[in-house]
Design a binder for this molecule. Sequence first.
Ligand SMILES: [Fe+2]
Length: 253
Amino acid sequence: MRVFGISDLHVDYPENYNWVKSLSREDFRDDVLVLAGDISDRVPFFKKTLSLLAGKFRKVAFIPGNHDIWVNRNGISDSVKKFRIIEKIARDCNAELSPFSLNGVNFWPVHGWYDSSFGSPGKELSGIWKDYTNCRWPMGFSLSDINSFFHEKNCFQGIDAESGFNITFSHFLPRIDLMPHFIPESKRILYPVLGSSLIESVLRRLKSKIHLYGHSHVNRSVRKEGVEYINNAFGYPHEYHITAKTLKKIFEI
Ligand SMILES: [Fe+2]
């Protein structure tokens, strides 16, 4: 069994969707795909992509990203409702949203959002970051409520992290030092919305050996304190310099 990882398919771009379509229907029948969020904010695109992938792999382990719960062009009142709709679609497609074990490997989705652990958003970020307008939250929801909504989903039961090999995955970054030194200062204004150290505490609790994350679109593989952190975002079509645009095998047993 091989385990492949990818994120940020953004299939609204036809070339990205064509790549998904081009994946073999035969080659991955014994394999798991870990898909770390940001398929599309548009429900029909989301559905057809997840359904297509679930038909090609033995199992697809999925966690939603911020784009998946945008509501601005869906007629859905808020992102909590959108999250539930996404969950139902994933279940109907036979994608796995809960932790599961296969051949001695435990797969753990780690839910989360960004908070202030990587810094506070400046004025410029507040004006350009699309989640602030494209996600909507129930009346009175604060950033802390958003984080609680996701982290409550990390109370796992039924699988023992003490036995087996643990692979965790999140859409957001668990630590900001995963961003490489070459990132220009002008792009670093985005750091406050990249992730949360709460995600790091969950994956450490789960004794993770490999953690796949998305969102930054900066492909890399870095070892820190016994955990291999991997980003294999497919990314936007113009992001050839920071993305490999191919499946990455992250584990094999
Ligand atoms: Fe994202």
